[in-house]
Write a protein of this length. Structure first.
Length: 196
């Protein structure tokens, strides 16, 4: 079984790359942003089906582990798992699962509200302990998750897209664990204006 490949990106296709390793081109499905002719190392997950053997590549073990967790959810195949990982970064995804944020997960192509809720139900216990390290050590995860949900809702009402603001919102909530939404919104707007 292939565990890791190091080679040169020879071709970039729609959702896959051809990775040249010692003169052999491997077709590796990936959601990672890779550039043509760059040298990369990818952790490989091999998915064997009745009619195919496909390689899925990740630049980090965390990405590979999340892929395996997602494909362990009934109804989530490799294609959907890759779409989720290509839309939502690993930390954001773990946070969304831990806090029950189905809206964020549902932003991935091919994932509806029911599928997002199913992912949360099946993975919350697996991701919860890992995701808890993303939050401030003095704050309870429920309190932080609630503040994050309130802040995201307030910013969405103001017209901001969840995927554009979620990382910044998580960072603010983590840095200000005792702040409520009335204090967090002005801080968030200030951060957003810095980014423009």
């Amino acid at each position: 079984m292939i565990g890791k490949l190091q080679g040169i990106v020879n071709y970039i296709g729609d959702g896959f790359v051809i990775l040249m390793v010692n003169g052999v081109g491997y077709k590796v499905h990936t959601a990672e942003y890779l550039t043509h002719k760059s040298t990369v190392e990818l952790w490989i997950e091999t998915v064997v089906r009745e009619d195919s053997i496909r390689l899925f590549g990740f630049t980090s073990l965390n990405g590979q582990n999340l892929f395996n967790m997602l494909t362990g959810v009934s109804g989530v195949g490799p294609k959907v798992a890759l779409a989720i990982l290509g839309t939502i970064n690993s930390d954001t995804l773990m946070s969304a699962i831990a806090t029950g944020d189905a809206k964020t997960i549902a932003t991935a192509p091919g994932v509806g509200k029911k599928m997002a809720e199913k992912i949360i139900v099946e993975l919350k216990n697996k991701v919860g302990s890992v995701s808890a390290t993303l939050f401030a050590p003095d704050a309870g995860t429920d309190v932080v998750g609630s503040a994050l949900a309130d802040l995201l809702m307030a910013l969405e009402v103001l017209g901001y897209r969840r995927l554009d603001i979620i990382e910044m919102a998580q960072k603010l909530v983590n840095q200000n664990p005792s702040a409520d939404v009335s204090k967090l919104v002005p801080m968030a707007l200030k951060e957003i204006s810095k980014g423009k």
